[in-house]
Design a protein around this ligand. Structure first.
Ligand code: GLN
Length: 547
């Protein structure tokens, strides 16, 4: 049975709990332990799949097809452990499962209450897969004291109480604000936050304090005394230049040691941190810089394309260059010529997205990259728009478009090169969807296999002919346009195993123009950059050398 670390937060949100959890996971691995990370989110959406990226940042998709919180992306990037659908849960999912059971009569006529029915449901969820790993790290979203979070806090309190000693610990993340006027770091908000936690029965074992300034010994002792933790369990978390420094920084501050001490694991195995030393070396000592333009829709909120930004950083690490990303709002090109905006980039990336807004701009960005022979990576919608562009401008299908933007569909001359997929095969089973289905979870989701064409660019990039990548989309390139598009110069270099769904296209007569229907960014790691991103940045680096 795994040991459990529960990670909670207080004082303010956005303190980097996800990063602290992920870094702790990496440090426990560095000491030879196996880990799994899990996120419990108090919001009422059943999953983040239906939330706007403006609201909640990117939706992270797992191999088994769950739409989850972006923190699972951090977990995967730091530990390399593929997240599963059972590693993310929200109040919405917990309640809907409790209510389903109630309707089925599973509770045998009992009155259904938060305690014990909802808390039991949460505890059951916590134990899934617990036999497989040494440590289970569970992060509770939000901050202590939030109304929605209470059932989760109560559930982890019970969980800790029910296990034998040394099986569960609690780690609490807070902020020490710096008061410039008095020149002091203030510990009071942390004291209050811990008091709040203790009032619901949870006493933290490890306190992680975000701070912009070094924490003086005196304040550390004060925190230990007032919050009832050992002084060496007060861990400082300073602002970092790169998130990939976090494992080393937390190790320096003694986080992993404090956690192992709290479990009474002694002597603790010595850590091997070479992986993270190499990662930090690559981040901090680049030998050049490339500029990549991301032409997208959700450009005001960087978290909306979190995994893409990280995967580009990894691509930079593979090539020992810093990747400078500029975000360009695709809508600008509705009225303006893209050239002045795109000319200075070494490469252009058009990411995924939903809805019509900005799509004509993405098509123009793809056209610019194709005609000027600038490296182009189109992801999901970015691939679909590259196909529309090729259909219109290479194959002469001037009315080519996507059925996603359905006002075109009624037009007689409309060429739906991107069509709404209603039926497909997964694991030898047919999956069918109706237009009237719920919005949540009705896309082609999760890992699917693709076969790569011999002598294609992607086969060389991947170094294999069979890949597995994660999907999240409703629309597909229509195979019926394959011949006309191939004749015009667009190569269909990756296909689903049944040969019906185009997975990758590339422009034959171009140094680097690849569109992928899936999301390669979700599988990239700093210590194992995704081949597509590594090679895309390599191509950008070549361009940057030419100019
Ligand atoms: N909106 C497109 C679709 O549903 C693309 C989705 C995406 O880019 N993730 O097919």
């Amino acid at each position: 049975m795994a040991r459990y670390v529960f990670i909670t937060g207080g004082v303010v949100s956005s303190l980097g709990k996800g990063l602290a959890s992920a870094a702790l996971g990496a440090l426990l691995q560095a000491r030879g332990f196996s880990v799994r990370l899990r996120k419990l989110d108090p919001y009422l959406n059943v999953d983040p799949g239906t939330m706007s990226p403006f609201e909640h940042g990117e939706v992270f998709v797992t191999d088994d097809g769950a739409e989850t919180d972006l923190d699972l992306g951090h977990y995967e990037r730091f530990t390399g452990v593929a997240a599963r659908s059972t590693d993310s849960v929200s109040s919405g999912r917990i309640y809907s499962s409790v209510l389903e059971k109630e309707r089925r009569g599973d509770y045998l006529g009992k009155t259904i209450q938060v305690i014990p029915h909802v808390t039991n449901e949460i505890k059951d969820f916590l134990t899934i897969g617990a036999d497989e790993v040494d440590f289970m790290l569970c992060e509770i979203g939000g901050t202590v004291g939030d109304i929605e979070g209470l059932p989760f806090f109560e559930a982890i309190r019970q969980f800790g109480q029910e296990r034998s000693r040394g099986q569960c610990i609690f780690m609490h993340l807070t902020l020490l604000p710096w008061l410039a006027a008095s020149g002091e770091l203030k510990t009071k908000p942390t004291q209050h936050s811990v008091k709040e936690l203790r009032s619901i029965g949870i006493a933290p074992d490890v306190l992680v304090c975000r701070s912009e300034r070094p924490i003086p010994e005196k304040e550390r002792e004060k925190l230990a005394l007032f919050c009832n933790v050992r002084p060496d369990s007060v861990i400082a978390a300073y602002d970092l230049k790169s998130i990939y420094e976090a494992p080393l920084a937390y190790h320096r501050e003694g986080l992993d040691q404090a956690v192992l001490d709290a479990f009474g694991i002694s002597p603790a195995p010595r850590p091997n941190l070479t992986r993270w030393e190499d990662v930090a070396d690559r981040v901090f000592n680049p030998e050049g810089e490339v500029r990549i333009g991301i032409v997208g829709k959700y450009t005001q909120l960087e978290d909306a394309y979190k995994s893409i930004a990280e995967a580009l950083t990894h691509g930079g690490m593979a090539n020992r260059v810093r990747v400078k990303v500029d975000w360009v709002d695709a809508e600008i090109f509705d009225t303006e010529d893209p050239a002045p905006y795109l000319e200075n980039f070494d490469a252009i990336l058009v990411p995924g997205g939903f809805g019509e807004r900005g799509t004509e701009g993405k098509i123009k960005a793809a056209q610019f990259a194709r005609e000027r022979k600038v490296p182009y990576l189109g992801i999901c919608l970015g691939m679909q728009m590259a196909v529309v562009e090729a259909a219109r401008n290479l194959a002469g299908l001037t009315h080519a478009g996507s059925q996603e933007f359905d006002h075109e569909a009624g037009e007689e001359r409309f060429e739906p090169v991107i069509f709404h997929l209603r039926e497909w095969i997964k694991d030898n089973q047919k999956i069918a969807r109706d237009v009237l289905d719920d919005k949540g979870g009705t896309m082609r989701l999760g890992a699917y296999t693709a076969h790569l064409k011999d002598s294609s660019k992607v086969a060389a990039v991947y170094g294999t002919h069979r890949i597995e990548e994660r999907h999240r989309h409703r629309y597909e390139v229509d195979i019926r346009y394959r011949d006309v598009l191939e004749e015009a110069g667009l190569c269909f270099s990756g296909m689903s195993p049944d040969g019906r769904l185009p997975e990758i296209v590339e422009v034959a007569d171009h140094p680097w123009f690849i569109g992928v229907q899936f999301h390669p960014e979700l599988k990239s790691k700093p210590f194992a950059p995704h081949p597509l991103f590594a090679d895309f940045v390599r191509a950008a680096k070549e361009v940057s050398r030419l100019v």
